[in-house]
Design a protein around this ligand. Structure first.
Ligand code: ZN
Length: 173
């Protein structure tokens, strides 16, 4: 069974996701499993809850492409970033066929909680660091296609025609 993703230009993707409270309820635990399924089905390396219809500060990542090795990040916060940045093209499962040229930190340290509510502070590099910054953007309603020549563009964000959300989460029914 395929899980529907919320896709650009759905305005739902512009929502600011909310902090998650612990302990996680069953619904949220189920949501995380659905996120993993959706990410692997679409051959992604990261996915935020908003992309399957839930405005919660949760994302998952698996840059190994092992299909069974994802990490869960809840209420993530940036602690430290490298001075060095790199501009590269990024795609997004929620914007099929589109790309953004995005400048990201090469290294990023974040603090987050896992599914058990345990706190972690960890440093990530290169592809994982880029993926995390992409997912953090999702939590704040930003998309990689909002960037112009590497920099985030408010104007481009605004000019992207967004339509009213018709997304219905299958998860609820
Ligand atoms: Zn994305």
């Amino acid at each position: 069974m395929n899980i529907d993703l919320v896709e650009y230009p759905d305005v739902f993707l512009r929502n600011i996701s909310k902090e998650v409270t612990f302990p996680l309820d069953d619904k949220t635990k189920r949501l995380i499993k659905w996120m993993a399924k959706a990410m692997y089905q679409n051959l992604g390396i990261g996915l935020a809850a908003i992309q399957i219809g839930y405005e919660l500060r949760i994302f998952i990542m698996d840059c190994t492409r092992a299909q069974n090795n994802y990490q869960v990040f809840i209420n993530p916060k940036i602690i430290k970033t490298s001075d060095e940045m790199l501009t590269d093209y990024e795609g997004c499962l929620s914007a099929p066929g589109k790309q953004g040229e995005v400048k990201r930190y090469l290294r990023i340290t974040i603090n987050y909680k896992n599914e058990e509510g345990e706190e972690h502070t960890k440093t990530f590099y290169n592809l994982e660091a880029r993926c995390i910054q992409h997912e953090l953007d999702h939590l704040d309603g930003k998309l990689c296609i909002d960037y112009e020549k590497g920099e985030y563009s408010r104007d481009k964000h605004k000019s992207q025609t967004m339509v009213e959300s018709d997304f219905r989460a299958k998860f609820d029914t």
